[in-house]
Structure formats: C-alpha cells, structure tokens
Write a protein that binds this ligand. Structure first.
Ligand code: ZN
Length: 133
C-alpha cells in the first residue's frame, strides 16, 4: 500500500519525532519521557539495541541509531512499553527497575497493545497523517 512508501520516505528525524508524539498521545507513561538515539548502548557489559531507565522523575529511552526503520520503530515501541507499565507505585520503589523482572505478563500485554494499535489499528497511518499535516 502507499502508506508504507510514504512512511519509508519521511526524513528519519521527523518520523522519529512523529512516532514519539503518537506514543505519548496514545500510551502516556506516568512521567515525562526523553528519547535519545545513540550509536552504542551497553547494559551490564552487553551490547543492546534499546534501553529504558528511570532517571529521577522521568524516563529515558535509548535507541541505537543504526537500524532500519522497522527495527527502530519496534525497538522504540518495546522500550516505550516499559515506561508505560512503570506506574507511580513501581517507579517510587527505588531500584525496582534494576532488580525486577523486565518482561512479565503485564509488560507483554502493554507491548501487545502498542504493537496492535501501531500495525493493525491504523497507528502507522495516523503517524503518517501527523507528518503531512
Ligand atoms: Zn525490554
């Protein structure tokens, strides 16, 4: 469909920002989120493609910048789901995000909702529309 073509043609920084704004509108986390795209991400000595951390009273999401668009969007959605399920009670419990289970049932439910809305319920088209407006 034409939508995919347009999606692929948007300048990358604009697509990133539009996707972040769409996620914020549809799946607002308990605290503000900052997303950064960086060349290299390490977690406990291991290379990874994305990371979500609480930094003070906000979330910081890191996404590796050398990926194709689909991988980038999926990584952003994966990390966003972490921020989305970390509600106040969890966030206030210090150290939980380090010691707890990252991918529990609640996590995958949230990720599934984001994924479904993005790919099956018109999310990509909404993002596309928001760019062209
Ligand atoms: Zn994860």
């Amino acid at each position: 469909m034409g939508t995919r073509q347009r999606w692929d043609r948007h300048p990358l920084p604009i697509l990133r920002r539009a996707t972040e704004e769409w996620l914020m509108r549809n799946f607002p986390p308990a605290y503000p989120v900052r997303v950064r795209y960086v060349p290299k991400i390490e977690e406990e000595g291991e290379d990874c493609i994305g990371l979500c951390e609480r930094v003070g009273r906000r979330f910081e999401i890191l996404v590796r910048d050398r990926m194709n668009r689909r991988e980038m969007i999926e990584t952003l959605a994966h990390e966003w789901a972490h921020a989305y399920v970390w509600r106040h009670a969890v966030v206030e419990r210090r150290g939980r995000e380090r010691s707890g289970i990252y991918h529990d049932d609640e996590y995958w439910l949230a990720f599934g909702r984001i994924y479904r809305k993005l790919y099956d319920e018109g999310g990509r088209e909404e993002i596309d529309e928001s760019i062209r407006r």
